[in-house]
Write a protein that binds this ligand. Sequence first.
Ligand code: HEC
Length: 140
Amino acid sequence: MKTAITILSIALAASLAFGQGRGQRGGGAGEQAAPAPAPNLNLPAGDAKRGETYYAKYGCWECHGYTGQTGNGARLATTALNANGFVNYIRSPRTNQMPLYSAKVISDQDGADLFAYIKTFRKPPEAKDIPLLQQIINEK
Ligand code: HEC
């Protein structure tokens, strides 16, 4: 029984390590060279209203939530990506947890619209701006 547990935990540790490596781009020794920087797409101006319809149509909300702050995906409300990085990202996501949306599916214009829409998401408040949280932190 004890051996079985040892073997299981080794397997778990190995798969965790593997899973972590998978999400990263390039870098480590023996890996291939880092991919070329995201190409400049020269995106047109985006329209948030249209972007909202694409956000629903392409199911972004399923993983990123209706506010860009919930779900299993990354928090879109606070993304550091600019429009160009954003559109490049959805065409080649970091991991396979996020589906790939090719330029055939989401054109440059649609991508720019989506970006305009996620920029309308409200950012969550800073911890220092939540009085009740501060009260709890300051309690001794
Ligand atoms: C099936 C779940 C799923 C769907 C659907 C999905 N995403 Fe994601 N997305 C993820 C996950 C998980 C991540 C975190 C990193 C990764 O796995 O690529 C992510 C990351 C991102 C990021 C990177 C954010 C950052 O700051 O690094 C962007 C941008 C993004 N998604 C946009 C979209 C858009 C736009 C759509 C709809 C067209 C969409 N996603 C649909 C799961 C999803």
